[in-house]
Design a protein around this ligand. Structure first.
Ligand code: ADP
Ligand code: MG
Length: 267
């Protein structure tokens, strides 16, 4: 085809172009992102994309900008410049609540389960649309809801603790309950910040197993410090350092990167 003679207008390289690109390939796509706090540049990213059903691990030293990255995706923090695309839409200016409704689930470092409620009651509250109407807690959930709750709890070995108030759970069990609660909302993207922090070796291995199982049904971004845990996840790793993407690839590859060794692993 001779394209020389066509007079198609030049495509505007601004948002529309990026939205197309984002829609084609990625569930999450960050472009030309800058985040500054009082002039301090916490994030400076040219381009960053997460594929559908990918499990991506983000590592980096303290203060690298890992949590800030989650914050701009979930809408907790505004970008100073750049655009965030999710599921083909520009969500840069969308509110935290609406981003959650669009399918971004966020797990924070500290579990946010309700201590006085049982495991089952916490799960009921996590069903879509339940949060706002407390009396609904005592209304009959559908058989489908109940099946989903029990299936998920079986997966994380919490069936025996169904009627146990959450305050009696171990740290690991609380983490799994919280991940299970997030799954109830069927998020397209799950952001998980340091899920292995404070866990025993056995709990860490079980958490890795759970995340690997959930991959394929959900797209997952895991932020992590624990190198043994990262190895168990055996997924693509992105290294952040001083707000910038330093390296990307398999754990073996990034571990051998001299820049990474200097910035992080060699410390
Ligand atoms: N709300 C904020 N106000 C000011 N500085 C912040 C804020 N949030 C993060 N920072 C700074 O940005 C940098 C990156 O922080 P963070 O994203 O929490 O790093 P990480 O999660 O990789 O440890 C740090 O230097 C931190 O002090
Ligand atoms: Mg952090």
């Amino acid at each position: 085809m001779n394209t020389k003679t066509t007079t198609k207008p030049t495509r505007n390289p601004e948002p529309d172009y990026y939205a197309d690109e984002a829609e084609l390939k990625f569930l999450l796509y960050l472009r030309d992102i800058v985040v500054e706090f009082d002039g301090f540049r916490a994030l400076d990213i040219d381009a960053f994309g997460i594929f559908h059903n990918e499990l991506r691990v983000i590592i980096g030293p303290n203060g690298a900008g890992k949590t800030t990255l989650c914050d701009i995706v979930s809408g907790k923090t505004d970008v100073t410049a750049g655009r965030v695309y999710f599921d083909g839409d520009d969500i840069t200016a969308v509110s935290e609540t609406d981003i959650a409704k669009r399918g971004v689930g966020r797990k924070f470092q500290t579990p946010t389960v309700f201590d006085s409620l049982t495991v089952y009651e916490n799960m009921e509250l996590a069903l879509p649309g339940r949060q706002k109407v407390i009396p609904n807690l005592w209304s009959k959930e559908t058989r489908d809801d109940r099946d989903r709750i029990l299936t998920m709890l079986e997966r994380v070995s919490l069936l025996q603790a169904l009627h146990t108030p959450a305050r009696y759970l171990s740290h690991g069990q609380r983490q799994w309950l919280e991940i299970s609660m997030l799954i109830m909302a069927r998020p397209k993207l799950l952001l998980v910040d340091e899920p292995a922090a404070g866990l025993t070796d056995e709990e860490t291995a079980l958490t890795a197993e759970l995340l690997l199982e959930l991959r394929g049904e959900h797209t997952i971004v895991v932020i992590e410090h624990d190198m043994e845990f990262v190895r168990q996840l055996d997924s693509r790793v992105t290294v952040l350092n001083e707000g910038k993407m330093l390296a990307d690839g398999t754990m073996e590859k990034v571990q051998q990167d001299p820049q990474v060794i200097e910035a992080y692993l060699g410390r």
